[in-house]
Design a protein around this ligand. Structure first.
Ligand code: MN
Ligand code: MN
Length: 418
């Protein structure tokens, strides 16, 4: 049955090529073929069979060459695994903005949701907490973050580009942009349905509590809250805070400073793996004990390099592309494979155990984050697997000679070079 389908597909391609060639447009249409591996099954110009004679969205087509002209190895129905923050609604407030990608936007992303947030210098993401744990990566600039532990110990710290933080479920916290230009960061929550616009805010609670209760709770006159906001502030403009040491000691009081560190200098960490193709850093509860539910990898792929063929046995993968251009192919078993293209600011998602790889398709470095709802990072490399089963067994499957098998790297490189 498969053979018949292949024969009829080739017949179709032959007829298509002949018609287009006769019309003299084959050369022009073939220029639309930019993607890899668009084989010329019938010997004609590649890409003719994927061209379109009606108007298309040219910007999206340019950004998504592997959707316009899929690799010939792509096949079947693989659910979409990309959602760009660029098409999310941006909630703009005095002091900054936020936009999110949740399971509503990307239906397969059931385990994690993400928020991209910008705070101006002095801009405050107000004191709040929520049901999900919050893991974050600072993309640019600096911020002052605060939290307390369940036994009332204070945490105040300044975070900079490449730092991460993690606030467990229910731990109250705040974020404020510092000088000179505030900050921008990524938040990742351990619940795909979590909405950043549905958190417990200090101002919201106070606005919805009777004055008499506030008076009794705080031991002050009811009029003390006459100027308090009637609605939540969420993000608002404040003054750039003073020196960290002063804020720290003012917040500590008599209870003291938290023995738990909620932040970690992730980018400053020595790479866990460094090869000719790039490098990878891993952060999970082993080196950052506060991150009990989210593990992550920061991956750098040099031009032409590739995050090798692999999968994750323990969790779904939520990805954020920091810089560069890449494409990811997901193989979902039963002959189903799909390739999608990624730019900076895009979110990707790969379901647990689904095979995948990511190629750098740009001229510069490609950098992205991989996040997992797990206390530990784990992956399995195809190279590593095939090198650690009896050689005859692999040869019998792939019909490759011993020299080819011997050439396969014996250890997991994570990133393979061009
Ligand atoms: Mn939060
Ligand atoms: Mn992966």
């Amino acid at each position: 049955m498969k053979l018949e389908n292949e024969v009829s597909r080739r017949r179709f391609l032959e007829i298509g090529s002949a018609t287009l060639a006769a019309a003299g447009v084959a050369g022009a249409l073939s220029k639309t073929a930019g993607a890899r591996g668009q084989e010329s099954a019938a010997g004609g110009e590649p890409g003719q069979n994927s061209s379109s004679p009606v108007p298309q969205n040219p910007a999206l087509a340019t950004e998504n060459p592997d959707s316009v002209t899929p690799p010939s190895t792509d096949h079947g129905n693989v659910e979409p695994f990309k959602y760009p923050f660029s098409v999310s609604h941006k909630r703009v407030e005095e002091g900054g903005w936020a936009r999110q990608v949740t399971v509503q936007d990307l239906p397969i992303a059931t385990t994690l949701a993400g928020v991209n947030m910008r705070l101006t210098a002095g801009g405050i993401r107000e004191l709040h907490w929520h049901s999900a744990a919050e893991w974050a990566f600072m993309l640019a600039g600096s911020a002052r973050i605060t939290a307390i532990t369940p036994i009332g110990k204070s945490f105040v710290s300044d975070v900079h580009e490449g730092d991460v933080w993690n606030f467990p479920s229910g731990i109250p916290h705040s974020i404020q942009g510092l000088g000179p230009d505030g900050c921008e960061f990524l938040l990742v929550f351990d619940d795909g349905a979590f909405s950043e616009y549905d958190t417990v805010q200090l101002t919201d609670w106070v606005a919805h509590t009777p004055r008499e209760v506030l008076s009794k709770n705080f031991g002050v006159p009811p009029t003390a809250f006459d100027n308090s906001p009637k609605h939540e502030l969420y993000i608002f403009q404040g003054e750039v805070p003073g020196p960290l040491a002063e804020d720290r000691s003012a917040a500590a009081g008599t209870a003291g400073i938290s023995p738990v560190s909620f932040d970690y200098h992730f980018r400053a960490q020595t790479p866990d793996k460094s090869t000719k193709g790039g490098e990878v850093r891993i952060v999970d509860s082993k080196n950052f004990p506060a991150a009990t539910t989210i593990a992550a990898a920061l991956v750098l792929v040099h031009p032409g390099g590739m995050r090798e063929m692999h999968w994750h046995p323990n969790a779904d993968e939520w990805m954020y592309f920091i810089k560069g251009k890449g494409r990811m192919t997901v193989f979902a078993a039963s002959g189903r494979a799909r390739t999608m293209d990624f730019d900076a600011g895009d979110v990707g998602y790969v379901q647990k155990t689904f095979a995948h790889y990511i190629e750098n398709t740009g001229d510069g470095d490609l950098e992205f984050l991989e996040m997992f709802r797990s206390s530990y990072y784990q992956d399995i490399s195809l190279n590593n697997w095939l090198s650690h089963v009896p050689p005859e067994l692999v040869q019998a499957h792939l019909r490759i000679d011993k020299a080819t098998l011997d050439a396969i790297p014996k250890e997991e490189d994570v990133i393979v070079p061009a």
